[in-house]
Design a protein around this ligand. Structure first.
Ligand code: SF4
Ligand code: SF4
Length: 287
């Protein structure tokens, strides 16, 4: 049996957060939801301060406590590849899984993805320019879809034949990283076995694949890196996570470099406070 997982080389990670952007674009996640999140932390005292970065997707645990507490069996572990999914058709939005998960990777879906949610409306001049550049790079892009509509995401997933991947969000249900299940089930050899975050990382920090297969990308990477320090997050949680980190583990003295917010309204409020220029309309009002 397969168990999909990731090896994440934190020693290489530069904290650029391209993986977070790729995940949002690929999965059309609503505002305030970060299915991939890169923790940024610092250690030491001035002037000897070091920064560290830890990407944190769902760990697709072998013993997922989120599924144990789900009263409707909407959250479950898929037998064929060990991916942990949410069946949006039976999720009642009780949020038990969010409480039951020790990794903070569940995001309640307060709203549907919407046009212009990241400041790019379809007729936005910058959006048009970006699309034009993309079309020049890739002739297959016809530019007809909005940046918030990923056409790969229309399919339902097995074994239930219901929608469980990104982009199928339903207000009032729980979302989280699916290891790009729509790619795994696409039947497309170039997409299966990849995730958006892995694909976009400019310095190959993320290695996705079957942790049970010695020939898989993550297992081969582990083999190649040999003695480098390897660890799992909250190893004693009992969840048996399937994300392995390589490189120094943050110490207990590590300090987060920004406030986290998970609630959509909080996230929007934070954006307002930053007075982000890309969200400010002509009249000076935040959109
Ligand atoms: S990381 Fe959390 S949400 Fe993901 S499988 Fe483990 S317990 Fe469930
Ligand atoms: S929010 Fe949905 S997936 Fe999570 S425990 Fe409740 S019913 Fe299950």
């Amino acid at each position: 049996m397969s168990q999909m997982g990731m090896v994440i080389d934190v020693e290489r990670c530069q904290g650029c957060r391209a993986c977070m952007v790729a995940c949002k674009t690929e999965n059309d996640t609503p505002r305030g939801a970060f299915w991939m999140n890169v923790f940024r932390y610092e250690e030491g005292e001035f002037p000897d301060v070091e920064q560290g970065f830890t990407p944190n997707p769902c760990h697709h645990c072998s013993e997922p406590s989120c599924a144990d507490v789900c009263p409707t069996n909407a959250r479950f572990k898929r037998e064929e590849d060990g991916i942990v999914l949410t069946d949006y058709s039976t999720c009642i939005g009780c949020r038990y899984c969010e409480v039951g998960c020790p990794y903070g990777v569940n995001f309640f879906q307060w709203r549907d993805p919407e046009e212009g949610q990241y400041g790019f409306a379809a007729d936005d001049e910058l959006a048009r320019e970006v699309r034009q550049n993309l079309e020049e790079l890739d002739a297959d892009l016809d530019g007809s879809g909005g940046a918030w509509e990923n056409p790969r995401l229309q399919a339902a997933q097995e074994p239930r034949g219901t929608k469980m991947g990104g982009g199928n969000h339903k207000v009032g249900t729980m979302g989280k990283c699916t290891f790009c299940v729509h790619r795994q089930d696409s039947g497309d050899d170039e997409l299966a076995g990849t995730t958006a975050c892995e694909e976009v990382c400019p310095i190959n920090v993320i290695h996705f694949g079957d942790m049970e297969d010695p020939q898989s990308k993550p297992r081969q990477y582990l083999e190649e890196k040999g003695a480098k320090q390897r660890w799992k997050m909250l190893e004693n949680s009992g969840n048996e996570p399937n994300v392995v980190y390589l490189g120094d583990k943050p110490s207990n003295a590590a300090r987060g470099m920004e406030n986290e917010y998970k609630d959509t309204d909080e996230a929007i409020e934070a954006e307002r406070e930053r007075d982000a220029a890309y969200l400010v309309a002509d009249g000076g009002e935040v959109q």
